[in-house]
Design a protein around this ligand. Sequence first.
Ligand code: ADP
Ligand code: ADP
Ligand code: MG
Length: 665
Amino acid sequence: MAIRKLLIANRGEIACRIIRTCRRLGIFTVAVYSDADARALHVTLADEAVHLGGAPATESYLNIEAILRAARLSGADAVHPGFGFLAENPTFARAVTEAGLIWIGPPPEAMEAMGDKRRAKLTLRDIPVVPGYSGEDQSDEALLTAAAQIGYPIMVKAAAGGGGKGMRRVDSAEDLLEALEGARREAAQAFGDPTLLLEKYIVHPRHVEVQIMGDRHGGVIALGERECSIQRRHQKIIEESPSTALDDDLRARMCAAAVSIGQQIGYISAGTVEFILDQQRNFYFLEMNTRLQVEHPVTEMRSGFDLVEWQIRIAEGATLFELSGGFPDPLELLTGHAIEVRLYAEDPANGFLPSIGTILAFDLPDADPELLRVDSGIQTGDAITIHYDPMIAKIIAWGETRAAAAARLDHALGRLTLLGLRHNAAYLRRVLMHPDYLAGNIDTGFIAHHPELLADPVEPPAHGWIAAALAWREQRGAAVDGLPAANWRSNPYRPERHTLRAGDMKGQVALTDRGGGRWTVELNGTQHAVQAAHNGAGRWQIGVDGHRMPVVTAVDGNAIWVGVSGHSYRLEYVDPLPAGRASRESVGSLRSPMPGQVIRVNVSDGQAVKQGDVLLIIEAMKMEHRIRAPYDGIVTHLRYGVGQSVQAGVILLDLEASDQSTGTT
Ligand code: ADP
Ligand code: ADP
Ligand code: MG
């Protein structure tokens, strides 16, 4: 039963990645898309595409009926769910099979057995699990008693959880009730199930997972491990293989445990068994993800296997023996070192808050795909919206050694162009090149323990200021004292003056055209000899006093985005004409940081609050954002209630400072 036409029930980079494998295998592909994705890359790449519905995932990528209809319309004979969305939904898997289609994934029974962390821990035999409470009794009293028995610190988790949601570390009994309330609320909202479990909090742990593959003939093998300890909010941003925490003996034991789990639940297709390692290198089962994992390319880079191809061939009936070339020990096929970074539209300096906006420029120079791989689902002009995950791309490097892989990845990120919104590329580079990271000295607290790495430089090098001024004048026409030249009698000897701003830093740029791409530029009082060439589409070569570098620019309203050496800077053009009344700076924290939904309101009109009190909680892009009082005061006007949607930047409430806190002493 060879698959000829595959419907991909997903979007973004994973949909594009599956399409690439299908092209190589000679399988036709059907993309599905929401209103927001009509022109998305995955739709362009697929052979056919079917519209599902509105932008919210519930109307499109989570809409089982619409997806089955798309399969009927297009005559697809198989469905690949990718990851996220419906990938771990047994109801969907059953519906696909009942519609007479081939499901590229595990049996729904295996998904059910592992989908609930509590049930999974109760199901497995002879596998070390994190000590904790997985009981039926969900009352506060039962959980308090259990927590006391386990001993603090403990981890509260949503049984149905995923993506770090509903997870909280609790250090003492006093904090438990509040944590239970928050975790239940998050769990009910995200998974429709408030069931919790408790685990002993493992201190300074490392996250090490094992990739398994099962075929339809009872075979299960492990394709080695991946370490994913670099996490924020319990979610991975850098993954690698092999793990520096494992020796051959530990690796063999962990792989054997993972294979045993696969066999116990009759696993088929790609799956990942996640373990946590304590400081004594004891490993404990955390959960199993019954799907292809975001970081699967790390394993592909070391093995040379295409795991999506394996999934498809396994669904068609192939054996693991055939797929692996009949090798007795697949671990022997893994060579060198591979590291993946996840490029996210998010701001590390601002609590890793997702950012939204239009991608004005995206490019990564070509490289040898065996050494450097880019999995992305976006192109210049696409928007990162609140509807979906803000991951932009994955970049994966291979090297003979770990240091070589890290260097290759850092170099690739240094050549990245990504303008138009805040992203984490420069942060990823600082982590990759940190001595502790390079020494393999990592645990899941790495990001929290290195706050000094969070902030990006605000001010670009001279090349950036100068390219920004040149890009502005190209877009808006030459200017004298910042005003369009048309307003003035032209005077070739008079320099054009532009004032730009980067954060709080001002850049006064005076440009004097010497002809032939040569300029004399005065930047904040210092004179430079500049050579500038614009190769179109915002790509510049800028030489400053003989030092030449590529710079990429994108002008968007009054903002000028500048990319230099993989960093992107947002500059602003300071309009020389006073724009009427200067816009009054309002207190940022009382504005919504992004579009989202109010999920909790802790205050009412007239209420007195203390600095730091949580006033409201906004949910946006899969995370909760707490709006805290920036000063002591009285709530004078609450503008939104629970359930209401808010736009980015809207004022959520008015807070009048109380007398004591306004005094400027
Ligand atoms: P999810 O379903 O959200 O992926 P996991 O159970 O896999 O949840 O845990 C995600 C991350 O949270 C782990 O990689 C680890 O960093 C942290 N974590 C989970 N359980 C514990 C624990 N008992 N002790 C310490 N850290 C934990
Ligand atoms: P093939 O599958 O034809 O051997 P490659 O070796 O070029 O293709 O790449 C292997 C995998 O790497 C592909 O399945 C694809 O997911 C990914 N990949 C390679 N290049 C890109 C790219 N530019 N963008 C996104 N994904 C890519
Ligand atoms: Mg997990």
